[in-house]
Design a binder for this molecule. Structure first.
Ligand SMILES: [Zn+2]
Ligand SMILES: [Zn+2]
Length: 372
C-alpha cells in the first residue's frame, strides 16, 4: 500500500509525524496533493485537549492542493492536475441542513466541519476530499498558493462576521480581538461599506495591523472603557454591529454592552463553559438586539467568491502569513503559533519544500495596494 507523511494527533500535547496509508477516493470523492496548509487556533484547542477528537486523527482544515486522483462521477467537471482549494467546512449540499441554508451544520450540529475533526485533515502530503463536487474550487492560474491559503477558513470566517451581522453602508462596527479572524472581520466590515470601524485588541502590534486592514481607529481595552468610548463615538447610542472574534466571556459581554438598542452582536468566537449575558446589557431582554453566531461558510461557491475578491484586487490576505515552515518542522511551527511568538499571525506549512522567498514581516507594499 502507498503511504504518505502526515501529522497525527496521538494524545494531548502529542503531535507526531508518521507514515500513514495514502487515501484513495471512492465515488464522489477526490484526493488532492497538498501544496500548502496552515495552523488555526482551533487546532491549538484540539492539541491542548480543549476540543476532543479521536486519537490517530490527522489535523488541519485549510488546504491548497492539486487534484491527484478523482473518484467515480467527477470527470465531467474536474481533471487530475488542477489546482484547488477546499473550504474548511465541506457541506454535502443535499441534506436537510444544506437545503435549509445551514451548510456549515451539514448533517447536524457543526457537521460541516469534517477535516481534522471527524475525518483526516490537511497536515499531510495528501487529503481525501468528501462530497468533492460541492467542495473542490479550482484556483485561477493568476493566483499564487499563498494568495488563496487564507481563504478556506480565516477569510471565510472573518468576513462572515460582517455578513451575518448584516453590516450596511454607513454602519458603525466594532470588532473585538484583532487576531487573524478579527482582522478579516475588520476587512469584511470595510468591504460591506461600514463607515466607522473600530478594532479592539490589547496587543499594540495587532492594533497597528487593524488600521491597515480597514479600521478607522483601534482601541486598547486594557487602557480605556471601550463600551463608553464607542457610545461617545456614536452619538451616545452604541455601534450598529459588534463582532466578537475571540470566544471569551469578557469580549462577548463587552461586545454586547457596545451595541445600540436594535443592534447586532455577530459572534465568531469559540466558547467554552457558560456564557452569560448580563440583563442590563440586554436591556432586560427588551432591547430588540440580535445575537447571531456563525461557523465558517464552506463549499466551492464560497471559495469562488473569495477568490474573485482576491483576483479583482479587492483584498489581499498575504500579509497575514508571517512565517513559513516545512511540514516536517511542525513542532517548531506549532510552538511558535501556539504561544504567539515573534509577532506571528499565521504560519504557512509546506509538505514539499518551503518556497524560496523572504518571509516574516508584514509586507507594507502589499497593504498599500489594498488602499489602506
Ligand atoms: Zn480554523
Ligand atoms: Zn449537508
Amino acid at each position: 500500500m502507498d503511504t504518505m507523511k502526515a501529522v497525527v494527533f496521538r494524545a494531548v500535547d502529542d503531535l507526531r509525524i508518521e507514515e500513514v496509508p495514502k487515501p484513495r477516493p471512492r465515488a464522489g470523492e477526490a484526493v488532492i496533493r497538498i501544496l500548502a496548509t496552515t495552523i488555526c487556533r482551533t487546532d491549538v484547542h484540539i492539541v491542548k485537549g480543549e476540543y476532543a477528537v479521536r486519537e490517530g486523527l490527522i489535523l488541519g482544515h485549510e488546504p491548497v492542493g492539486v487534484i491527484e486522483e478523482l473518484g467515480e462521477g467527477l470527470n465531467d467537471e474536474y481533471q487530475v492536475g488542477q489546482r484547488v482549494i477546499v473550504g474548511a467546512i465541506t457541506p454535502c449540499g443535499q441534506c436537510f441542513y444544506c437545503l435549509n441554508a445551514a451548510h456549515s451544520q451539514c448533517g447536524g450540529a457543526l457537521g460541516g466541519w469534517r477535516f481534522g475533526n471527524t475525518i483526516n485533515g490537511a497536515w499531510a502530503e495528501y487529503l481525501l476530499v468528501p462530497h468533492a463536487r460541492a467542495n473542490l474550487a479550482v484556483v485561477p492560474d493568476t493566483l499564487t498558493d499563498e494568495q488563496v491559503l487564507m481563504l478556506p477558513d480565516i477569510a471565510s470566517t472573518g468576513i462572515s462576521g460582517a455578513e451575518s451581522g448584516g453590516v450596511r453602508i454607513g454602519d458603525s462596527v466594532a470588532v473585538f480581538a484583532q487576531g487573524p479572524i478579527g482582522l478579516c472581520a475588520t476587512l469584511g466590515a470595510r468591504l460591506r461599506g461600514a463607515s466607522l470601524i473600530v478594532g479592539v485588541d490589547p496587543v499594540a502590534a495587532r492594533r497597528e495591523t487593524s488600521l491597515r486592514f480597514g479600521a478607522s481607529l483601534a482601541l486598547d481595552p486594557k487602557a480605556e472603557d471601550v463600551a463608553a468610548r464607542l457610545k461617545a463615538l456614536t452619538g451616545g447610542r452604541g455601534v450598529d454591529v459588534a463582532i466578537e472574534a475571540l470566544g471569551r466571556q469578557e469580549t462577548f459581554e463587552l461586545a454586547l454592552r457596545s451595541i445600540r438598542p436594535g443592534g447586532v452582536l455577530s459572534s465568531l468566537g469559540v466558547y467554552s463553559g457558560k456564557l452569560v449575558a448580563p440583563y442590563e446589557a440586554l436591556y432586560a431582554g427588551l432591547g430588540d438586539q440580535r445575537i447571531v453566531t456563525t461557523l465558517c461558510p464552506g463549499g466551492k461557491d464560497r471559495m469562488r467568491r473569495l477568490m474573485a475578491m482576491v483576483a479583482e484586487g479587492r483584498m489581499d490576505l498575504t500579509p497575514l502569513i508571517t512565517h513559513r515552515f516545512a511540514l516536517d518542522d511542525i513542532a517548531t511551527a506549532y510552538d511558535l503559533f501556539s504561544r504567539q511568538g515573534d509577532g506571528v499571525l499565521k504560519v504557512a506549512l509546506f509538505p514539499a519544500a518551503v518556497p524560496d522567498r523572504a518571509s516574516a514581516e508584514i509586507d507594507s507594499e502589499v497593504l498599500t495596494h489594498m488602499g489602506f
